[in-house]
Design a protein around this ligand. Sequence first.
Ligand code: SF4
Length: 195
Amino acid sequence: MDISRRQFFRVSSAGLIGSSIVALGFSPTAALAEARNFKLARTTETRNTCPYCSVGCGVIMYSLGDKAKNVVSDILHIEGDADHPVNRGTLCPKGAGLLDFVHSPNRLKYPEVREAGSTEWKRIGWNEALDRIAKLLKADRDANFVEKTADGLTVNRWLTTGMLAASASSNEAGYITHKVARSWGLLAFDNQARV
Ligand code: SF4
């Protein structure tokens, strides 16, 4: 293609101006990226408590999905809850990595049981798990509840079973859990706040 001296300088100067603008940060790629939608704009916010330790920091989980039947929500972002009185939006490194915990292939999502003598864990349903726990608790309490000591002192205690509760429970859940455990006569009752 023939090109005159004047045309050559015009094309060169246009190219120089374009590359200078990019060098100054006016890249069209960056400008297009800026115009993308905010990734949390169409998400549902759910408040929750970090499950790791007894500090009980508040978190907000952002999930996609319209909550319609048969639609499985997908949590895509978790951050500290700025309105929570415990952590006021902050999270320690463990809490900041909660998204990996949520999506971990090793996460236990269902009740499992390992029968006596077996080396295998077997998945069971929630109703079966609750029935099983209730039956085993009752059988052990019936067999081992101590109403009076040998010298006639009333103690009403049950020492062969213990309960480990969650320190991140609400006041109400913690109060009821404590009342239930003590009404059974359980003395071994604790939570991970002391770990
Ligand atoms: S974010 Fe850290 S300090 Fe807060 S509850 Fe979770 S593990 Fe504990």
